[in-house]
Design a protein. Sequence first.
Length: 555
Amino acid sequence: MSGKKFVCICLILCLLLPVLPAQVFAEEGAPAEPSAVVTAESIPGTDGAVETAAPETTQPDRPTEPPKTQTEPVQTTPVVTTPATTPVPTTPPQTTPPQTTPPQTTPGPEGGQEPVPGNPPVLTGYRVSASEIKKDGKVTITVSVKHPDATLRQIGGKENLDITRLVDSFSGGTVSVDVTSKETEMLTYDVTFTDLVYTGVGKSLRFLAGYKQTREPFNTLEVTVVEAVEYVPPEPTISYGGGGVQMDSSVPNLVVSGYNYGGNPVPAGGKFSLAFTLLNTGKLAVENIVVTVDGGDNFTIDGSSNTFFYNKIASNKQEEQTVNMQAVTGAKTGAQTIGITCKYEYVDGSRRGTANGEIRLSIPVIQPDRFQVNQPTLPEAVYAGEETMISLSYVNKGKADVSNVEAELDGEVDSAAKVQYLGNFEPGKSGSIGFVFTPQTAGKTDITLKIQYEDAGQEIHTLTFPLSLDVQDSPVMEGDDMDYLAEEPKSGPGVWPFAAAGAVLLTGAIVFLLLRRRKARKAQLNPEETWEEWDLPQNQEYLGTEHQDEEETTP
């Protein structure tokens, strides 16, 4: 072998040595991309103008051609060997693996990994320790939460629950969590916020709920606490003296702390004294007080004015006043009102204000009872077994209704209606109340008539009229006609016509006697009516005249 060939072979080997380690490393299974592509940008001190053909010369299947005798390629040896001496850890930016979020998993029941459910927790309700929450008030609120797709085992236990307060309508307080579900059941738990202080603004309670050992994002839960009463500050006024803002004091009020009218209902038309006490319940004194008493339609002032003046009533002080009054005669029965109107002034700092108030007092009024029932008049004769009537006249002279009038007959007599319900009698009504009864035995008979009613004040009154009746036996008919009728008729022809005529005469006599007695009793009750037209001579004359006329007209 000649010396030139040996030199050429040595040069070729020098060119191949930097490429052989990369090819061997690639064949062993290691990643070859960082060493397979070498750019000028990865070589320190280069400006990208140098290009390398190393990848084309590292293909093992290409035959190596012996170079020509020219020695120009030796000049590129420093450039090619520079990447070989460059440290391999330098990684190009485009081959760096991106940062990825590991999957959201928690230890499973058997030590494996289970994904955390994607559905967020939700609120199911809340409990408050107070029915009304005002500004700066302390309260304890318990919020119930459920996570439909999670269990206590999946989140790793109660200690992994994480609750964080957010900015809301409450401040301060402590947080505690109580799990209410079993290990493998749907996760439910209560979050208790103790000693929260209400700020007076809004009604929301907000917090974050999540789990410590998972990468699941926390969820914002919000409760609207309807028991919270938002604070409304009073309107400030400008102080003219000291500059700045100063709050107004409350307006003082005058009230009637007590009154007296005598205690008993006032009768219509009656006079009485009304005494009342005015009390200043405010923190400021009132001045220039004018009090007016108004009796309305049912009362009038009796001998005095209805207006009164007071110079000043200090805070929590009182003044007494007495007014003579009278109920009008037409006042309605029941509670009637008297109005008291107060107009006054007060001084709040350097500002003078005015105010007024109206107070109503209730006074019971009653119309006097003027229902009158007259004594009954007894009949001249009362016969056993015959109906007798007694009436009582009445009149309502009052100005109010008489209610629930009831009439009752009490005694040893027969009557179809011993109790009568007559209803209400309006003012001015008059009439009579009648009792119809039948005594059964002769002799002295005692009866009692009762009239019961309610006056306008719903008080029950009973009027009693005891009566003693001298009952006589029924009269017996006398005369030859009765003896004749009592005889037994003889048998034979011609007896029946006489018997029929006698029966007719007997019936007429009985009817006549009954009518005469009834008319006599009626005349005792009403003397204006008489029986003159029923006198026997007149009847006979009338019957005779009628008979004569019939004879004249007969041919």
